[in-house]
Design a protein around this ligand. Structure first.
Ligand SMILES: Nc1ncnc2c1ncn2[C@@H]1O[C@H](COP(=O)(O)OP(=O)(O)OP(=O)(O)O)[C@@H](O)[C@H]1O
Ligand SMILES: [Mg+2]
Length: 273
């Protein structure tokens, strides 16, 4: 599939199978199998599915950390062979460095890779993105002086500062309280709308998936297969007051997704689609 403007998709997985070598047991564990999926430039793809179905594994394949056993995966037309600054990760547990200030954390990617960006420009970009995620004034604060939501904003800022082609977000809001989570969802929605950022986002929350996703891929129990890809045809911003839950399609979509995810969570037998 390609986007309406005729551009080829940014990411194309074809019949992808991958997993892990379990050294102790001396056997292979298949995490994902037969995954065929595309992600268009500017698309927000959400992955949902039961624990252990291979969601994190998939974004690690896109990140270039895990290699496919079978099938192919390409990024911008080329096979993914390793990590790169064009693919940035945001993690559930913040993963920011406690001994560095907010600004120093956000500038870290420029120190880890030679991105051909001057010090001055890196600083400018860092300040802009720190501002965009609502942390202006906290540049010199240390992580222990921040709330969980603020730490997660640092993680998002650090991932966005290199202007990656795709943001890979692994349950970024999973550890936050409901209110903070909603604030960050709104902020991410605004950021993504403005920057047309391509995102692959993992969540266990159906509501979060509907709030943020252009499409939602439901993954089956391990070994993960794509059970169904559901399109969310709702205008943005969706998170303005009452927009989402008051939408005429919301109830049906939520129920459909629930049925799919519940089936998987209960370990129901899945058709080998
Ligand atoms: N480093 C590893 N070594 C061996 N097996 C692994 C490793 N990482 C994950 N697995 C296994 O691969 C399968 C898929 O794991 P993965 O982390 O991708 O699931 P997930 O869908 O992200 O789950 P969750 O929702 O709990 O985060 C699981 O069965 C897990 O035990
Ligand atoms: Mg995971």
């Amino acid at each position: 599939m390609s986007s309406g403007d005729g551009k080829p998709p940014l990411i194309v997985a074809e019949n992808l199978t991958c997993g892990y070598e379990l050294e102790r047991e001396r056997k292979l564990l298949t995490a994902l199998t037969g995954i065929s999926l595309t992600v268009d430039e500017g698309e927000f793809l959400v992955l949902v599915g039961p624990s252990g179905c291979g969601k994190t594994t998939f974004i690690n394949v896109v990140a270039g950390i895990i290699k496919p056993w079978e099938g192919t995966i390409t990024f911008d037309g080329k096979p993914i062979v390793g990590t790169g600054s064009d693919r940035a990760m945001v993690f559930q547990d913040y993963a920011i460095l406690p001994w560095r200030t907010v600004e120093q954390n956000v500038l870290l990617p420029f120190e880890l890779r030679d991105l051909n960006v001057s010090k001055e420009e890196a600083k400018q970009r860092a300040h802009k993105i720190i501002d965009d995620v609502g942390l202006a004034g906290f540049e010199n604060s240390f992580p222990h002086e921040l709330s969980g939501g603020m730490k997660q904003r640092v993680g998002i800022a650090r991932a966005m500062v290199t202007q990656p082609r795709v943001l890979l977000a692994d349950e970024p809001f999973g550890a936050l309280d409901a209110m903070t989570r909603e604030v960050l969802q709104r902020q991410l929605e605004t950021l993504v709308m403005e920057s047309k950022q391509t995102v692959i986002f993992i969540t266990h929350s159906i509501d979060e998936a509907i709030a943020l996703g252009d499409r939602i891929a439901v993954i089956s129990n391990r070994p993960g297969r794509i059970r169904e890809i559901v399109s969310v045809d709702m205008d943005r911003p969706r998170l303005a007051e009452g927009e989402l839950t008051g939408h005429p399609d919301y109830g049906k979509l939520r129920e459909h997704l629930w049925d799919l995810v519940k089936d998987e969570a209960l370990g129901a037998k899945v058709d080998a689609a």
